[in-house]
Design a protein around this ligand. Structure first.
Ligand SMILES: O=C[C@H](O)[C@H](O)COP(=O)(O)O
Ligand SMILES: C=C(OP(=O)(O)O)C(=O)O
Length: 445
């Protein structure tokens, strides 16, 4: 590929980019990033594309999840392990219930840049630049912290590398052993207020594992799992610096993650993000909010997947619980009529955010569940495949979303609200969701 083609986004409007105060520093930081080795290998991205092609055909299911905004301080063994453990537990339940492989993708090892509704934040009459993620500026509300610093993108690379290294060690080194993951799920069922409801499913999984053992399944096969990394490809200076030409094929790949997506706020058809994403060969996603017109979905297909390559494009739908049943059918019908199978997955978080009386941004667990239900209903009604879920979650016992088995109420939000941006499901809410989606899957709705 001609590498100048990779730079055409620079001539277009790029929304949600920081106002870097010193362009020369930005150039130096980007040059530093360009000198670093890739974080992922293009062949791994191709493998994920194959896995997502199976999702599009209705033969697999995606579980994509992790923090709203990763932070440099949270690059610790405990935080990474808890997140991974939660995702593995959810995946085990979903795999059994769906009876298809679950493609596991973390919002991890790169989810450091955030689009914001406003450029500034005002507190007690003081206005400062909004926090745009640890890759751009600092969270503390001080003038110094909020100045965008391009060297933070270099720290983002190192934090992503350290995270991915541990994730690879955990997922291939025995920590992800299915028998262990199932034992964690049994502990959850015992301690959950909704445990009785989940007992039957957990019992069936237990019997299935014993059956596999009795049949002589090689225990080695249960020890490792495939796991992929992803983040919103928001900061184009970072994404471009990590874009490399694959020596096997001569094609360009974003080597900062296996999967990158375009956010709801940066998906302008003629904008810089769409142009940049059209040039890379990774499997990619695009968020579709409630205002998306069916013709726009087709236009995205043409721009981002002109060859109609299986597994290339995932539509991540984030409409809101009250809207998904009304708006989604027309999109799915239009794309299906075009004859191409894309993967459709449901992000039940971003359309359901509201402000609690305490001022915390929050989401109701019941709305999250209802949006997934609506998503399943629409696909079942049209005979298409509800291909997966995309969730903001953490493995810690935070109090950011209300509801769930261990009911969190408005008054509890301040107890442990740790998100640097949007509210995440905590560990037990995430597992509740997995068991309830599993029931939905099996119930055929
Ligand atoms: O995660 C998504 C966005 O960054 C977030 O919803 C924006 O939040 P804001 O409206 O507080 O800027
Ligand atoms: C910003 C995000 O979502 P959306 O683009 O759908 O608002 C996100 O997933 O972090």
């Amino acid at each position: 590929m001609d590498t100048t083609e990779l730079e055409t986004w620079r001539t277009l409007t790029a929304k949600q980019q920081p106002s870097w105060p010193d362009v020369e520093e930005l150039r130096r930081a980007a040059a530093e990033l360009r000198s670093y080795p890739p974080l992922v290998f293009a062949g791994e991205c191709d493998l994920l594309k194959e896995r997502i092609a199976a999702v599009a055909r209705g033969e697999a299911f995606i579980l994509q999840g992790g923090d709203c905004a990763e932070t440099f301080d949270a690059v610790t063994a405990d935080a990474i392990r808890n997140k991974l453990k939660t995702l593995l537990q959810m995946a085990a339940v979903l795999t059994y219930a769906a009876s298809v492989p679950v493609v596991k993708i973390g919002r991890i090892a790169g989810q450091y840049g955030k689009p914001r509704s406003k450029d500034t934040e005002t507190r007690d009459g003081v206005t400062l630049p909004a926090y745009r993620g640890d890759s751009v500026n600092g969270f503390p509300f001080t003038p110094e912290a909020r100045i965008p610093d391009p060297w933070r993108m270099v720290r983002m690379y190192h934090s992503s590398a350290a995270t991915l290294n541990l994730v690879r060690a955990f997922t291939t080194g025995g920590y992800a052993d299915l028998r262990q993951v199932h034992a964690w799920n049994q502990d959850f069922v015992k301690s959950s207020p909704s445990g009785e409801r989940y007992e039957m499913l957990a019992g069936e999984i237990e019997r299935a594992l014993r059956f596999m053992h009795a049949c002589g399944t090689d225990p080695e096969e249960l020890r490792a799992v495939e796991f992929f990394s992803s983040h919103e490809g928001l900061l184009l200076d970072y994404e471009a610096a990590l874009t490399r030409i694959d020596s096997r094929t001569g094609l360009a790949y974003n080597t900062s993650a296996h999967f990158v997506w375009i956010g709801e706020r940066t998906r302008d058809l003629d904008g810089a993000h769409i142009d940049y994403f059209s040039k890379i060969r990774n499997p990619i996603g695009i968020k579709l909010g409630p205002a998306t017109q069916p013709d726009a979905a087709l236009a995205y297909l043409d721009k981002l997947d002109p060859q109609r390559e299986p597994g290339r494009l995932t539509f991540v739908v984030r409409m809101g619980a009250g809207i998904v049943r009304e708006k989604l059918p027309a999109l799915v019908e239009k794309v299906t009529a075009e004859g191409h199978q894309v993967a459709w997955i449901c992000d039940p978080m971003h359309g359901n955010t509201f402000e609690a009386p305490s001022g915390h941004k929050t989401r109701r667990f019941d709305d999250v569940l209802d949006e997934v239900k609506g998503f399943f209903e629409v696909h079942r009604g049209l005979g298409t495949h509800p291909g997966g879920i995309h969730v903001e979650l953490t493995g810690d016992d935070v109090t950011e979303c209300i509801g769930g088995g261990h009911e969190i109420e408005f008054d509890d939000l301040g107890t442990r609200y740790e998100s640097a941006c949007d509210p995440r499901l905590n560990r037990s809410q995430s597992l509740d969701l997995a068991f309830l989606v599993a029931e939905m899957y099996r119930g055929g709705h």
